[in-house]
Design a protein around this ligand. Structure first.
Ligand SMILES: Nc1ncnc2c1ncn2[C@@H]1O[C@H](COP(=O)(O)OP(=O)(O)O)[C@@H](O)[C@H]1O
Ligand SMILES: [Mg+2]
Length: 302
């Protein structure tokens, strides 16, 4: 399939209700109630690499959006890719989830080559993409949106339990469960998109800029829950963000992306201490924290 065909196929899957968060079979899956880990996703602190990109290059026609991207995500961690608008963050996630076929390089998930596989098949393997802009079904109720995320699951009890669990993470979704999702605020739709992904019990969630368009308060709330989901369920998370401040606090390990290339990587604890990061990504030069992002000031990292 070409990229365009795949995008269409993904959209059609979504329209049928499959969307990005179709479930894997539940056997061995981590459940919100703390069920057992699968053989693949080992306990936190383990060295197992759940996702690996090697030299990945993806283009839109003649435009190379990402070049030579190599990164890895350890099972059980939160890993972030930081970059300004247009750096290539979304392209990386679309390439992982099979929406775009890379021109070069490879993507491995749980040790298996999934490069350019079908998006629906990748979802079945336990890798779910929460896309930029949320993409909830506006005319379906909140509850039905959530159930869409679990539509391939046969374990009704598990689905019911997971529904209660996501309502516990985001009580507002329970309050609004019978309302059309299109009536939710942007922040609530983001909560719904994350929750719908969880309903499929993925091992790895790709999260595309959850802070986009949200107030600082809501952003903080959502990031806290993302961290809880990681800690409590053991779900591995690859988070791409412009909001370096939030992402560096939530994640364990980070990559910095500029113009389609990774220019720096380190533990988030160390990235937070780097002068370049403080100055250009956290806006902390001289007068201390200014709380504003300064993406306009371009900088070459090496
Ligand atoms: N559908 C598209 N067609 C052509 N160019 C695109 C398309 N989507 C993204 N791009 C280009 O690819 C680059 C990376 O985009 P993207 O991955 O969306 O960046 P980010 O998510 O970091 O903002 C940008 O230069 C952008 O203009
Ligand atoms: Mg993007």
């Amino acid at each position: 399939m070409t990229s365009t065909e795949k995008m269409r196929a993904a959209r059609e899957t979504a329209e049928r209700g499959g969307t990005m968060s179709a479930a894997r079979p539940p056997e061995g899956a981590k459940t919100p109630s703390g069920g057992s880990a699968t053989g693949a996703a080992v306990e936190r602190g383990g060295q197992m690499i759940i996702l690996q990109l090697a030299n990945v290059e993806s283009s839109y026609g003649p435009i190379k959006a990402i070049r030579g991207i190599s990164l890895q995500v350890e099972a059980g961690q939160v890993v972030t890719v930081l970059g300004s608008n247009g750096a290539g963050k979304t392209t990386i996630l679309k390439t992982i989830s099979g929406i775009i076929d890379p021109g070069k390089g490879s993507v491995h998930f749980k040790g298996e080559d999934i490069t350019a596989h079908d998006p629906a098949e990748i979802v079945q393997r336990g890798l779910t993409h929460v896309p930029e802009g949320r993409e909830v079904f506006p005319l379906l109720s909140v509850r039905d949106n959530l159930l869409m995320g679990a539509y391939t699951r046969r374990d009704r009890d598990g689905v019911a339990r997971d529904l209660e669990q996501v309502y516990a993470y985001f009580p507002i979704l329970k309050e609004r469960q019978t309302q059309d999702a299109g009536l939710l605020s942007g922040g609530q739709q983001q909560m719904l998109a994350i929750s719908r992904a969880l309903m499929g019990t993925p091992e790895l969630i790709l999260l595309d800029e959850p802070s986009l368009g949200l107030s600082p308060r809501l952003t903080k709330e959502i990031f806290e829950i993302v961290v809880r989901i990681n800690r409590e369920r053991g779900t591995t998370i690859l988070l791409v963000e412009q909001n370096a401040n939030m992402a560096l606090n939530a994640a364990d390990y980070g990559y910095v992306l500029e113009n389609g290339r990774i220019v720096m990587e380190d533990s988030c604890a160390r990235l937070r201490e780097k002068e370049d990061i403080k100055e250009f990504y956290l806006g902390m030069k001289d007068a201390g924290v200014r709380g504003e992002r300064r993406w306009k000031r371009k900088k070459t990292w090496r």
